[in-house]
Write a new protein. Structure first.
Length: 511
C-alpha cells in the first residue's frame, strides 16, 4: 500500500543533526522509503513511497502483520527451493543434493542420530563414530519432539521426508516469532524488519539445520530488553543458549553498556535469569547423562578446521597445516582480542553505542574467527544486522556476499563428490567464495563501527532515537566513560540542568 508523498518537508526529510532533541512522545514512525534511497527505489514496484496519510493502524494490514506474512512467504519460497532434494536428491546420488544447492542436515540426521530407531538423545549411545547427539540440549529436545510427530511407517526415505516437513513447520513458526520480535523491538522503526523478512540468505538457509530455534529465542530476548524487562530477557537468552552457544555472547555487550550507564541491577537480573534458565534445561541431562550432555562441548573442541572459515584457506594452502589444538588456541585468542576491542569501543565512543550494534559486532567476531562457518550461521546475524545497521544498500551488499558463499559451498561439495567428472567449483573457487563471505561480513562490521564512532551517521539516531533496543539504556546518562568522551561526561554530571543525551528520544534526567 502506498500513498501520496506529504507536502510537509519535516515529514519527508530525516533529521541530520546529531544534537537535535526530540520529544519522547514522538508519534511518527520512520518510513524507510523517505530516508533510504534503495527502499525508495524498490517501493516503485508497489506504487511508490508511502505517504504520511497512510493509516496502517486503522486497517488489518499493520506493519507487524505485513512483515510476518512477507517472512512466511519467503520461508515458503525457501522450502520450494529444497524440493529437488525432497523429491529424491537427498537419497539418490551423493552429489545431486549439492548440484541443486538444496542440502539439509535434517533428513539425514533422522536416522543418523537414532531418531528413526527411537533412541533417546544423550542417554542412548549411537552406532557409528558419533556416540551421542552433538547438539545442545534444547535443540536435542526440538529434534526429539519432531520425531514423535513423524510416523514410523513406510520406507526410511518417506519417514525422513516427513521428518523434514515437520521440522520445517516448526521452524516456520520460529520465523514468524523472529519477524514479530524484530518488528516490535524498535517502536518507531517497524519497517526495518523487512530486511529480515526479505533477506535471501534467510530463505535459502532456514531449513538446513535447527538454528532458527535459537535465533527466535534471541530475538524475543532482544524485544524483552527493549521493553526494560531484564528478567524475561535473561530467561529467554538462557533458553537460546541452551539451544545454541552463540546467544551467550550478547552478555558481553550488555556488560559494557550497563557499566557505562551504571545499570548494575538490571545487568545482575539478566545474568541471573540467563544462568537459571540455562541450568533448568541442562542440569537434569548433565546429572543423569553426563557423557551425552558433554558431547556437544567435546565435539566442538575436537572438531578440526572445517568449511567456510579462513582457517580452511590456510590449511589448504599450507604444506604443514596447523593442528586442531593450535587452531583452537589461536581462534580463542583472536576472539578474546576482538571482544576486548569491542569493549573498548563501547567505553570510548562519543555516545554510548546501541545494544544492537555491539551485539552484532560480537557475534560477527565469533563468526569471523571460528574454525567453521556453516551456511546457516548467517541466520544468527540477520536480525542483529537489521537492528544494528538498517540501511538497505549495506544490508544487500552483505547478503549478496552470503548468497555467493551459499552457492559456493554446494558447488565445491558437488566438485569433491562427483568423482572424475569434477562437476562444480574447484578448491581455488571455493576459497574465493569464503573470501567473499569474510569481506562482506567485515564490510558490515566496518559501517557499524563507523556509526558508533560517528553517531550522526547512524540512521537510527539521525531519525531521532537514542537506543530503541536498549531498554533502560535508552537515553540513560553515562557514569563511566574512557577517552575524550569522558570530559564531556564529567562536565554534564557537574551541571544539574544538563540533558541525559544530546540527541535521541529520551531527556529524562532520572534515567
Amino acid at each position: 500500500m502506498a500513498g501520496m508523498p506529504s507536502a510537509d518537508p519535516s515529514a519527508e526529510t530525516p533529521r541530520t543533526s546529531a544534537y537535535e532533541p526530540v520529544s519522547p512522545q514522538e508519534p511518527e514512525p520512520v518510513r524507510p522509503t523517505q530516508e533510504d534511497e534503495v527502499a525508495r527505489a524498490g517501493s516503485e514496484l508497489i506504487g511508490g513511497p508511502i505517504g504520511r496519510r497512510v493509516m496502517f493502524a486503522a486497517t488489518w494490514w499493520t506493519p507487524v502483520r505485513v512483515i510476518a506474512l512477507v517472512a512466511l512467504g519467503m520461508f515458503a519460497l525457501g522450502m520450494i527451493q529444497k524440493m529437488p532434494c525432497y523429491n529424491g536428491a537427498w537419497f539418490f546420488g551423493a552429489s545431486s543434493q549439492y548440484t541443486h544447492a538444496c542440502y539439509s542436515d535434517i533428513p539425514h540426521l533422522y536416522q543418523g542420530r537414532g531418531f528413526a530407531d527411537g533412541l533417546v538423545p544423550y542417554f542412548d549411545k549411537l552406532p557409528g563414530d558419533m556416540e551421542y547427539l552433538e547438539y545442545p540440549v534444547l535443540t536435542g529436545m526440538f529434534m526429539e519432539v519432531a520425531s514423535w510427530v513423524t510416523p514410523g511407517s513406510g520406507s526410511i526415505q518417506h519417514q525422513e521426508k516427513i521428518y523434514w516437513m515437520v521440522n520445517a513447520g516448526i521452524l516456520m513458526a520460529c520465523t514468524a516469532v523472529i519477524a514479530v520480535c524484530v518488528t516490535r523491538t524498535h517502536r518507531r522503526r517497524p519497517w526495518d524488519a523487512l530486511l529480515v523478512a526479505l533477506a535471501p540468505a534467510f530463505a535459502l538457509t532456514a531449513t538446513i539445520n535447527w538454528d532458527l530455534l535459537a535465533v527466535a529465542l534471541t530475538a524475543a530476548a532482544m524485544l524483552m530488553w527493549a521493553r526494560a524487562r531484564a528478567l524475561a530477557f535473561g530467561v529467554l537468552l538462557g533458553l537460546a543458549t541452551a539451544a545454541k552457544l552463540y546467544p551467550v555472547l550478547l552478555l558481553g555487550p550488555l556488560l559494557i553498556l550497563c557499566w557505562r550507564a551504571g545499570r548494575w541491577r538490571e545487568l545482575g537480573t539478566a545474568l541471573l535469569g540467563t544462568a537459571g534458565a540455562w541450568l533448568l534445561v541442562n542440569l537434569p541431562v548433565m546429572l543423569l547423562a553426563s557423557d551425552g550432555w558433554s558431547k556437544f562441548y567435546t565435539f566442538s573442541q575436537e572438531r578440526g578446521v572445517d568449511f567456510g572459515s579462513f582457517w580452511l584457506i590456510l590449511s589448504q594452502r599450507m604444506d604443514s597445516p596447523l593442528t586442531t589444538d593450535t587452531v583452537n588456541t589461536l581462534a580463542m585468542v583472536m576472539m578474546l582480542l576482538a571482544c576486548l576491542g569491542i569493549g573498548a569501543l563501547g567505553l570510548v565512543a562519543p555516545r554510548r553505542p546501541r545494544f544492537a550494534q555491539l551485539a552484532f559486532l560480537v557475534v560477527a567476531a565469533f563468526v569471523l574467527t571460528n574454525k567453521v562457518y556453516s551456511p546457516q550461521y548467517v541466520l544468527w546475524l540477520i536480525p542483529l544486522a537489521a537492528l544494528a545497521r538498517p540501511r538497505w544498500r549495506d544490508f544487500l551488499v552483505w547478503q549478496a556476499c552470503e548468497v555467493a558463499y551459499f552457492l559456493g559451498i554446494w558447488a565445491y561439495l558437488a566438485y569433491t563428490t562427483s568423482g572424475d567428472a569434477h562437476k562444480g567449483l574447484p578448491t581455488e573457487g571455493y576459497q574465493l567464495a569464503i573470501t567473499v563471505h569474510l569481506l562482506g561480513t567485515l564490510y558490515l562490521c566496518a559501517v557499524v563501527v563507523r556509526d558508533i564512532l560517528m553517531p550522526e551517521r547512524d540512521v537510527v539516531r539521525r531519525a531521532g532515537d537514542d537506543d530503541p533496543s536498549g531498554g533502560v539504556l535508552d537515553g540513560a546518562r553515562d557514569v563511566f566513560v574512557l577517552g575524550h568522551a569522558s570530559r564531556a561526561t564529567r562536565a554534564a554530571m557537574r551541571s544539574a540542568e544538563a540533558p541525559a543525551v544530546r540527541w535521541g528520544s529520551a531527556t529524562d534526567l532520572s534515567r
